[in-house]
Design a protein around this ligand. Structure first.
Ligand code: ASP
Length: 227
């Protein structure tokens, strides 16, 4: 039987649907990619894919990664025109000898592989951003916590999924729109191998969600697997 683990409650119906629809013959990589794709397509998930909250200037940008082993990983960051960054990350892993493509040239790479281009900013997210903009300056420093209330700033909830298939192969994928209202250009932990995702077939796998700057500071996923 396949085994899957995924972050956040929004993953639960996704895991159930993927387990039912893909069944036990699916590879671990297909399982984790499909979970991320479903979250990316779901407009009601405001921290992943289409429907994700934008940066401080109203631009929605996406990050994602996939990993099978230290020698087999792919990632993209700052995607602006494609709904499924996780599939671009998989193409990077399978079709190039690189691990990370960034920004408009990563979008162009997706175009070249026939992936459909689309607008990423859903209407509810645009409305939330317009409201945020009324009360904030896009240039103000974004702290991880509101020092007054102690509440985490903005919203940010990556989908990170790990799977082991019936052949015993492990795979991981993660996908996020990053931190809401981020400084344009900001990239968090998710597309950085070892930070938001790490898979070592001989040892284990981990994926991270939360404040990317804190996660990256200790290379969290790598550290957890190593420990
Ligand atoms: N770690 C992601 C980021 O900082 C967001 C999250 O998982 O909450 O971009």
């Amino acid at each position: 039987m396949n085994m899957m683990l995924s972050t956040w409650s929004f993953s639960e119906p996704i895991l159930n649907a993927v387990a039912t629809n893909l069944g036990d013959s699916a590879s671990a990589l297909d399982l984790v990619e499909t979970c991320a794709r479903m979250a990316e397509a779901d407009e009601s998930i405001d921290s992943v894919g289409y429907g994700g909250y934008p940066d401080a200037e109203g631009r929605c940008t996406l990050d994602a990664a996939v990993m099978l082993s230290p020698n087999q990983s792919g990632a993209v960051c700052a995607i602006e025109r494609h709904k499924h960054p996780v599939s671009i990350a998989r193409l990077v892993m399978e079709q190039t000898s690189h691990t990370l493509l960034a920004g408009p040239l990563a979008d162009a790479f997706a175009d070249a592989h026939g992936l459909e281009s689309s607008d990423l900013l859903a209407r509810p997210s645009k409305e939330k951003w317009l409201k945020w903009k009324e009360e904030h300056q896009p240039t103000e420093t974004l702290a991880p916590y509101d020092t007054g209330t102690g509440k985490l700033f903005g919203n940010h909830d990556t989908i990170g999924t790990l799977a082991i298939d019936t052949h015993g192969t492990m795979a991981g994928a993660c996908s996020t729109s990053g931190m809401a209202w981020k400084v344009p250009g900001r990239v968090g932990d998710s597309p950085i191998i070892g930070h938001g995702l790490y898979v070592d077939p001989k040892r284990g796998a981990a994926t991270a969600t939360g404040h990317g700057e804190l996660i990256s500071g200790i290379c969290s996923s790598f550290l957890v697997v190593e420990l």
